[in-house]
Design a protein around this ligand. Structure first.
Ligand code: ZN
Length: 300
């Protein structure tokens, strides 16, 4: 029974929940907590899959009335499969982070080379680089030696307050290491078989991180300059390789900045509690009783 319930939970979390949650608008009022909820959902789905792999063979051998040696062999086989799943996730995470680091290092080198230092004198921020071009660009290159990149097209279009708002937005991405969050979701997406995964978490988390950075920038400059900048800028380089910038997400951010709502403490608390419950409850209700039975057949 444990395997069936965990399987149902895992499928619900990876295929049924993401769509409606990504479309919902209430997370806009507690974006940081909502990112935590997405992380809990993803982690709970992984733990459920591991739970199925571990519990199914043991439960099956018990139901068939097989002897202790068969049950023990089934358990060892299950542990091996579970180890392969964990390894696959870790390898995917390592690969995504290695490729991103290399890409960013190349990108940093390039923007340092192409930098038009004379254009940014008044910005007095050492890690800002200005590129020539009419396309109004603003983005960050995360990493140990992070850069914020603006095009001179953007500097021509935006007033000083809007430039400050954009810099505050990009610096929040860098300070909070948003790229690491995106990398973990990308790695998970790539490691999961196509039939069992959904793109919704990637796009939703990307949008929520934009909102977190918008909120931090709004605190510094007020929402109006950032909204003005968003309407003029081309967000050409998204934070993660899998995510494409979308008109829809920009509209949602602009609308949110146009009618700022107070952050809801109650909503934030409820979302964080849901995230914790998602990780703790299945473990306590399903896994702990199963562990007791499984340990009884353990050969040692
Ligand atoms: Zn951003």
């Amino acid at each position: 029974m444990t395997a069936l319930l965990l399987g149902a939970l895992g499928l619900t979390l990876s295929l049924i929940v993401p769509g409606p949650l990504a479309r919902a608008h209430w997370p806009d009022r507690a974006p940081a907590a909502a990112v935590l909820l997405w992380q809990a959902i993803t982690l709970a789905a992984v733990l459920s899959a591991l739970g199925v792999v571990l519990a199914a063979p043991e439960e099956l051998t018990r139901a068939l009335g097989s002897g202790k040696p068969v049950a023990a062999a089934a358990l060892i086989g299950a542990l091996a499969v579970a180890a392969v799943i964990v390894l696959r996730l870790l390898v995917s995470l390592w690969g995504v982070s290695r490729r991103s680091r290399a890409r960013r290092a190349r990108h940093r080198l390039l923007v340092d080379l192409l930098d038009r230092a004379e254009q940014r004198q008044e910005l007095d921020a050492g890690h800002v680089r200005v590129l020539q071009g009419n396309l109004p660009l603003a983005y960050c290159v995360p990493g140990r030696e992070a850069r914020v990149v603006l095009s001179d097209g953007a500097l021509r279009l935006l007033d000083r307050e809007q430039v400050d708002a954009v810099l505050a937005h990009e610096q929040t991405h860098l300070r909070h290491r948003h790229e690491v969050v995106m990398e973990s979701f990308t790695a998970f997406y790539r490691a999961v078989p196509a039939a069992l995964r959904s793109r919704a978490p990637l796009d939703a988390v990307h949008l929520l991180l934009e909102m977190v950075a918008d909120d931090a920038a709004s605190k510094r400059t007020g929402p109006a300059p950032l909204r003005g900048a968003l309407e003029r800028l081309t967000d050409a380089v998204p934070l993660a390789e899998e995510v494409m910038p979308e008109e829809d997400s920009r509209r949602r951010r602009t609308a949110r900045l146009a009618a700022p709502q107070r952050p809801s403490r109650m909503l934030t608390g409820a979302v964080v509690a849901a995230a914790v419950a998602l990780l703790v409850l299945p473990t306590v209700i399903l896994v702990v009783p199963w562990l007791g039975q499984a340990l009884a057949v353990w050969p040692l």
